[in-house]
Write a protein that binds this ligand. Structure first.
Ligand SMILES: Cc1cc2nc3c(=O)[nH]c(=O)nc-3n(C[C@H](O)[C@H](O)[C@H](O)COP(=O)(O)O)c2cc1C
Length: 223
């Protein structure tokens, strides 16, 4: 598949053929595509939890649905209509994947610069002590792992698309991170970043949401 075509034709798919399990070699190919993503200092902070058990997948989707259902009802009861509408949106966009035959939960390990062999907190404190107070560490030692994992996820979406699968990169389920962590036995050392249901799309075509024109999102810097 041509790369440009794959980039443009990949869609977020939210309905899957439940009775079409994904062969192991395809699961491995999708995860391997994730592993070839770039990562900060090549730390490869991604860890993937592969879920194929139907009951577990339905329970995950149900947990997201139920929590936002409860909050949206309570918001309505209190007259908070806009909050209720937001919660209904998240309920719909977070709890739809019960039918997916495969869900990959992409997680991040905290950043550890390979050569330093010291905790990141010690590194940051020491740099601050010696005068680097104005340096903003958040983007390079905290957020950095999320960026690397997001890149891995995009690789996986494209690979899955090239194999004929529909996917949806999701972060709404991360709102119930603790519940998902317990369901899947994910240890405290990992942060959940994205939840990606994968399956044969239930319908042949999914409409492409429009994109802002390139000129609108680009500014050529003039010194
Ligand atoms: C960081 C991120 C989080 C997203 N979270 C969700 C989500 O929780 N639920 C959902 O249905 N779609 C989610 N999406 C998918 C977007 O809605 C989708 O990419 C966007 O509408 C463009 O559609 P397309 O992917 O078909 O091009 C997410 C996408 C990204 C990049």
């Amino acid at each position: 598949m041509d790369l440009g075509e794959a980039i443009k034709e990949r869609r977020s798919v939210r309905k899957y053929k439940a009775d079409r399990p994904i062969p192991q070699e395809h699961i491995e190919a999708i995860v391997e595509a994730g592993c070839w993503a770039p990562s900060s200092a090549n730390t490869q902070p991604w860890r993937f939890v592969v879920v194929t058990d139907r009951e577990t997948i339905a329970a995950m989707a149900g947990a997201v649905h139920d929590v936002f259902q409860t909050i949206s009802k309570e918001a309505l009861r209190r007259g908070e209509k806009r909050v209720a509408a937001f919660c209904r949106f998240v309920r719909g966009h977070g709890g739809f994947f019960a039918d997916a035959p495969l869900v990959i939960v992409a997680c991040a390990k905290p950043f550890e610069f390979p050569l330093l062999k010291m905790p990141t907190t010690t590194l940051v404190e020491t740099i601050r002590e010696i005068g680097g107070m104005e340096v903003d560490f958040e983007p390079i030692v905290v957020d950095t792992v999320q960026k690397s994992v997001a890149m891995a996820v995009q690789n996986m979406l494209l690979k899955a698309h090239s194999l004929g699968y529909g996917t949806c990169p999701m972060d709404a389920p991360i709102a119930v991170e603790r519940t998902l962590r317990e369901m899947l036995g994910i240890d405290d050392g990992l942060r959940l970043v994205m939840v990606v249901p994968i399956g044969i799309p239930a319908s042949a075509r999914v409409r492409a949401p429009n994109r802002l024109p390139v000129v609108e999102v680009t500014r050529y810097h003039q010194p």
